[in-house]
Design a protein around this ligand. Structure first.
Ligand code: FAD
Length: 385
């Protein structure tokens, strides 16, 4: 399909998927308007709330290359050669992801990555409207309503086609529910997460090996740590919500400290701001969202977390969302109309997303319970031979 001056694309969400898709579509000549509920992170600072850094793998890197962002992103990425496992009371061991440094993953900063993509989207010609939360859609009249939560104002705009890259809590998905049998299911993991920080060492360097994804496996739960270019690490504790131990059995700071002193004794001295981090950082929820339908004829389609949020244990949610962007852009370019493009996109991507979702769930068990199991590691090594 060739862009026509009459047809505009309205994209909801300028997060990781929305910003990348805006670049790809604007470069093809589409008139793209992006509506994002948050303020502009370049003016107001990045509003976190979710993982500070992310593991970028070849699938995501391929998409960034197509968007011309590889150099900008890689200049700020830290290579991770493998898992550095910290067994309880044992020696650390590095388990490489591949045979050499051609098979690695990268730790990238969510906020900086997002900002680089927003800049590139605007440079490609996309218009980004911040503080605009999708609040409702009249699909028959093809009108969409956006609310500015800061100004407490609302406006209704006409649309030709709506692309929903508005994340796990998607407003477009909610608007689609009465019009489309989405076949929606949400499977909560029953585990939450909390982020903590390892600051730089007193000499300004990293406190632990920088080129690894650190894991403290403890059977039913674990900590991981990913490096940042500032020589810090973002540590994430993944823990059941109920049971013992769980977030429910750590009602206060003293209980949390005791838990870390017992189960993560080598990590606790690396966390001088433990008390403030534990107190100030929220507990995040995790789960798997599955939909049987991703699009309403040629009027609307969902992608990224809006279509298939997953647990983060394969480090593939963003990578998978980036693959969606490449696929949707190509489907739109090659199909006769939007309905055919969205149908082709869903047929291509839904089976892949479901496979990654299943692998992400399986990998939680492997990461927290098996990476320090000698028999399991031997089996894995033999499989590679
Ligand atoms: P989001 O990044 O959530 O972006 C959605 C955007 O839409 C946001 O900017 C939001 O403000 C906006 N929005 C929401 N609602 C509306 C509305 N109604 N109107 C307008 N705008 C709206 N993935 C990896 O690949 N590697 C990792 O290592 C990794 N680690 C993770 C660790 C954790 C703890 C978590 C929770 C996730 C992790 N992920 C990881 C997954 C990754 O964060 C997501 O898959 C990715 O952010 C999905 O991108 P998205 O653009 O679809 O959604």
């Amino acid at each position: 399909m060739q862009p026509t001056p009459q047809q505009k694309i309205t994209l909801v969400g300028a997060g990781l998927a929305g910003a990348l898709l805006a670049i790809l579509l604007a470069r093809r000549g589409w008139q793209v308007d992006v509506f994002e509920k948050r303020p502009d992170p370049r003016r107001r600072g990045y509003e976190g709330g979710r993982s500070i850094n992310l593991a970028l793998a070849e699938r995501g890197l391929h998409a960034l290359r197509l968007a011309g962002l590889q150099d900008a992103v890689m200049a700020q990425a830290v290579m991770m050669r493998g898992r550095m496992v910290h067994p309880l009371g044992g020696e650390t061991m590095l388990q490489r992801y591949g045979r050499d440094d051609s098979e690695v993953i990268w730790s990238v900063h969510r906020g900086r990555l997002n900002i680089a993509m927003l800049d590139a989207a605007e440079a490609a010609g996309a218009r980004i409207h911040f503080n605009q939360r999708l609040d409702g859609v009249d699909f028959a009249a093809r009108r969409v309503r956006f609310v500015d939560d800061h100004e407490r104002s609302a406006r209704e705009l006409p649309f030709d086609v709506l692309l929903g890259a508005d994340g796990a809590g998607s407003g477009l998905r909610e608007a689609l529910r009465p019009h489309l049998a989405l076949g929606e299911s949400f499977e909560p993991l029953g585990h939450g997460y909390k982020e903590l920080e390892i600051p730089p060492a007193p000499d300004g360097g990293f406190r632990i090996e920088p080129h690894a994804l650190h894991i403290w496996p403890r059977g039913g739960y674990m900590c991981i740590a990913l490096p940042n270019t500032e020589k810090t690490f973002t540590v994430t504790l993944f823990l059941p919500s109920q049971g013992d131990p769980s977030f429910a059995t750590l009602p206060d700071l003293a209980a949390a400290r005791d838990f870390f002193a017992r189960d993560f004794a080598d990590a606790l001295p690396l966390l001088p701001e433990f008390d403030a981090d534990w107190t100030n950082n929220p507990i995040g929820g995790l789960g798997t969202l599955r939909l049987q339908r991703w699009h309403l004829d040629g009027r609307a389609v969902l992608l990224g977390d809006a279509a298939h949020a997953m647990v983060p244990f394969h480090g593939q949610g963003m990578n998978c969302a980036f693959e969606d962007c490449v696929a949707l852009d190509e489907c739109i370019a090659s199909a006769a109309d939007f309905e055919a493009a969205f149908a082709a996109f869903e047929a291509l991507r839904r089976p892949n997303a479901e496979a990654i979702q299943a692998m992400a769930l399986e990998n939680y068990v492997e990461m927290r319970d098996r990476v320090d199991d000698a028999d399991f590691l031997l089996q894995r090594a033999l499989e590679r031979v």
